[in-house]
Design a protein around this ligand. Sequence first.
Ligand code: ZN
Length: 68
Amino acid sequence: MDVFWDRNRWQPSCKWHHDVVKQQLEFRFAKGVLTERDLWLNSSAAIALTQRERTATGADGWPVDARG
Ligand SMILES: [Zn+2]
């Protein structure tokens, strides 16, 4: 079965996690940096990414560095 349609691999997520964290996880998985287990949003790789991205953006969603 196509991996995409395997419901055991489906995980609900908010738009931010889907657009930011999942994209980076799947990019790194495609490069062979992460394992399949790391693709879950509760993996240590996903949590580390979330914490890094969250501190890099302000409450308004803009990068903190860009505000000067
Ligand atoms: Zn989320």
